[in-house]
Ligand binder design. Sequence first.
Ligand code: PLP
Length: 389
Amino acid sequence: MNLKEKDSKYIAGTYARFPLEIVRGEGSVAYDEEGKKYIDLSTGIAVNTFGYCDEVWQDAIKEQIGTVQHTSNLFYTNPCADLAEILCERTGMKKVFFSNSGAEANECAIKTARKYAFDKYGDYSHSTIITLKNSFHGRTITTLAATGQDVFHNTFAPFTEGFVYAEPNNIESVEELASKNNCCAIMFELVQGEGGVCPLTQEFVDGMRSLAEKYELLLICDEVQTGNGRTGELYSFMNYGFTPDIFSTAKGLAGGLPLGATVMGEKVENTLSPSSHGSTFGGNPVCCAAAKSIINRIDEKLLSEVKEKSKYIIDTLSAAEGVKSVTGLGFMLGVETEKEAKEVIAACREKGVIVISAKNKVRLLPALNIDFDVLKEAIEIIKDCCKGE
Ligand SMILES: *Cc1c(COP(=O)(O)O)cnc(C)c1O
């Protein structure tokens, strides 16, 4: 049996894979089983923050894995406390709960908001959370319920109750829901990733902040995809000039190891009490050591390089033949093409560039440290693939 046959025989059929086996990677370059080279602008869906097998990241992992690999949360261990300190100091937040994925980080954010409301009102009267249509918050039953896309709501009912959905970039729609329901929070991605790389407008975000004050709602940012330098700031709310009450992150946090974090501000810093939440693997020392090495390298210099390279991509592709629009922020970009996105993605792969889709768009998620020359080579190929016949 070859790999493809074995995979389809034994792996649950949830993934429509590209016809490509990646056997090795180095920085922004990946190789298939025949040794063909690809420039990878997908970073494992915004996970490999510094590309494949980055040396500094490997060293941090190797050191920790030879010291303590896991102890459970019944004991004190570092580096999770170091990482929590770094996250709080870089964001102005107060406390961190560690888990293993984006969905779990969002589950914790939802539990925290609900418990905050319960503690405040003494009952479940304000358990409803407003989320946005076209959002994506994860694959568990509750985070699917939070996800404002009907396509995800088939076949798995009944869902967790208590979510209502507003139109993104339509503040009246948020106010209508806030005034008609007793809500505890609004939860949103500042750039809707799976929804097609669609940024919220500054005006809408400012409007949500005002409504949050008026209706006493917590602001929860899902930074699972947008976080960890992806949008040209450490967290995407920093592009919008505010700090949420809670944010969740995962994907790129540990640069390729599974780690989620729910980061809590002053209002909710004491909401989670002993035994109200937990995770066996959450805060794993190896994952946290990896994350420390990632976050510590996301400094002003790197972020300004991301912004500069992002501007180059936007300018080049916006002016390219066959490109309708480029949306997004930093290194989280969506390219709307005249051809089907699928067709462009396949043509790029043929020519040695890996890109993925987001709805009807070609999605670019380069490594934060991608070489300018390598990036230019990839963008020229993408440009070529967008052109008509
Ligand atoms: C990927 C993603 C999730 C889910 O993360 P998992 O690690 O797959 O559970 C949640 N929210 C957003 C915005 C995402 O992009």
